[in-house]
Design a protein around this ligand. Structure first.
Ligand SMILES: *[C@@H]1O[C@H](CO)[C@@H](O)[C@H](O)[C@H]1NC(C)=O
Ligand SMILES: *[C@@H]1O[C@H](CO)[C@@H](O)[C@H](O)[C@H]1NC(C)=O
Length: 479
């Protein structure tokens, strides 16, 4: 399992090196070196690639149609380009565009005959990221993404005898980085024990920003990735504090009864938050107890639907008293149901409050507020999961949480390489599903506080079993 994760990291590292080195520094050496990767992963392209030329022409055309500038603009430099085989080919291009001498509307067969402005002030160079989807057998190009920003003034034009008049691109970037880091430290109230520690955290922060940029550039949904409250943690730290490697270990699973299939097909959308079955977002803190939050969330929903009362149930009881699981070291929902049945039920959050570390078990049967009678495991088909959810209540699920560390808002649709469905390491609660701007999503209640994602929620693309979301769906049963 570790190998896969390491391979993931190595791959990510390589992708980052190439992608970010190009994006940030505009380097373009050894552009013939193709990126080696798993089948389906993005492949780096040389600027001379014939397929790429057509795609760039198409992107230019669309860009000019969508802008109301006076001059026709053209790509002056391809900073980086990659393609990925999907249904057809998906191109990701980072390029510089500048004004030509041709005035619009110049409907030209070949805008390449238009020369560039020679005055840099009139050139108005921008750096753009294009993502173009090419379905060759339909002769169809689609723009998936087009994001442009003015290029930073180039060093040449600002240098006088080797002394920059204004900060160079690199200085400017590190100043921006520093100010973002300061903002982060202030916003999330961070204190570091020493200057060395602060320097180390700044480097990690920078690395995480790059990872977020890569996820952003390659996201196929509408998600925004960036600075989150985890931005000064290494992936290792994040995983060991918040995630739960036990979830990947299939052999530890207690087999559950299969759930009866839903009576009717899934309605187009459903959200249990609109039906009073979901309590406020909680915070697991620095403890790998996601499994406990996933299970209490499910039981809160089941109890509400059977008994009409929305309680807030105790995760700490599970952390302290569930001997089948490993408290802050991780656990499995299937074990937790069994433990709750053996204990006799769950106390409320008020009676048995969360501390985020393991203590002696202080459970009392007199304080049981909710019990369960059994538990079931759902189908692995996303449509059936949706239908079951709409009929029966929020579902305990688990997934690969790599992209979640960097997620801010929108519907997250990371590339598979960032979200291996076999590396399940986080348990959460599925509370609903629907479409947002045409993108099908799962609404996922997380346990990282309300200041995570969208008011504590994560939205994940639905329909391609992304991140293993379909692999461990279960529910308690209250008879
Ligand atoms: C910020 O952190 C300090 C020390 O860790 C703590 O005492 C203080 O309560 C925190 N403030 C907020 C607003 O979280
Ligand atoms: C469900 O479990 C509760 C508590 O253990 C028990 O009192 C109740 O009789 C059970 N219901 C059924 C139908 O088995």
């Amino acid at each position: 399992m570790n190998n896969i994760r390491q391979w993931n990291s190595v791959f990510l590292f390589i992708t980052l090196q190439i992608f970010v080195a190009n994006l940030v520094q505009g380097q373009n050496e050894d552009s013939d070196r193709h990126l080696f990767g798993a089948p389906g992963s993005p492949l780096r392209l040389p600027g001379s690639d014939p397929g790429l030329q057509n795609v760039v022409k198409f992107a230019e055309g669309r860009y000019n149609m969508g802008s109301n500038g006076l001059y026709l603009r053209r790509v002056s430099k391809i900073i980086s380009a990659s393609k990925q085989v999907v249904k057809g080919v998906r191109y990701s291009i980072v390029a510089e565009l500048g004004n030509t001498l041709c005035k619009k509307p110049a409907v030209l067969a070949d805008p390449a005959i238009c020369e560039f402005h020679t005055d840099p002030n009139k050139l108005k160079t921008e750096v753009c990221v294009f993502e173009i989807w090419d379905i060759p057998w339909q002769s169809k190009f689609t723009v998936l993404k087009q994001k442009c920003q003015p290029a930073v003034a180039s060093k040449e034009t600002n240098k006088v005898e080797g002394q920059p008049l204004v900060p160079t691109k690199t200085d400017k970037e590190s100043m921006e980085l520093l100010s973002e880091f300061k903002e982060f430290v202030f916003k999330y109230n961070r204190t570091y024990s020493s200057q060395e520690e602060a320097d180390k955290r700044l480097r990690i922060f920078q690395q995480n920003l790059r990872t977020a940029q890569t996820l952003q550039a390659l996201d196929q949904g509408s998600a925004e990735y960036g600075i989150t409250k985890f931005s000064d943690l290494t992936e290792e730290e994040f995983r060991s504090i918040y995630l739960n490697p036990l979830l990947s270990q299939r052999n530890l699973h207690r087999p559950l009864k299969p759930a009866a299939t839903a009576h009717s097909p899934a309605p187009p959308r459903w959200d249990w938050r609109e039906h009073g079955a979901v309590g406020p977002v909680k915070n697991q803190g620095m403890c790998g107890s996601c499994w406990a939050f996933s299970v209490t969330g499910n039981i809160e929903g089941q109890w509400f639907l059977k008994r009409g009362e929305l309680l807030s149930l105790s995760e700490q009881e599970l952390v302290d008293c569930d001997r089948l699981d490993q408290a802050c070291g991780g656990g499995l929902p299937s074990n937790a149901y069994e433990a709750i049945r053996n204990l006799g039920g769950l106390e409320t959050e008020t009676d048995y409050s969360y501390t985020g570390h393991k203590q002696n078990c202080d459970f009392s049967t007199r304080k049981v507020a909710a019990y369960i009678n059994s538990s079931v495991e759902l189908s692995k088909d996303e449509n059936e999961i949706a239908a079951w959810l709409a009929e029966n209540g929020p579902v305990s699920v688990a997934l690969n949480a790599f992209a979640m560390q960097f997620y801010r808002r929108g519907v997250s649709h990371p590339l598979k390489i960032f979200c291996n469905p076999w590396m399940i390491d986080h348990a959460v609660l599925l509370v609903g599903y629907g479409h947002r701007d045409g993108i099908p999503f799962w609404a996922i209640k997380n346990s990282w506080g309300e200041d995570y994602g969208e008011e504590g929620y994560y939205y994940l693309y639905r329909g391609s079993r992304l991140c293993g979301i379909n692999r461990m769906c279960s529910s308690a049963v209250v008879s």
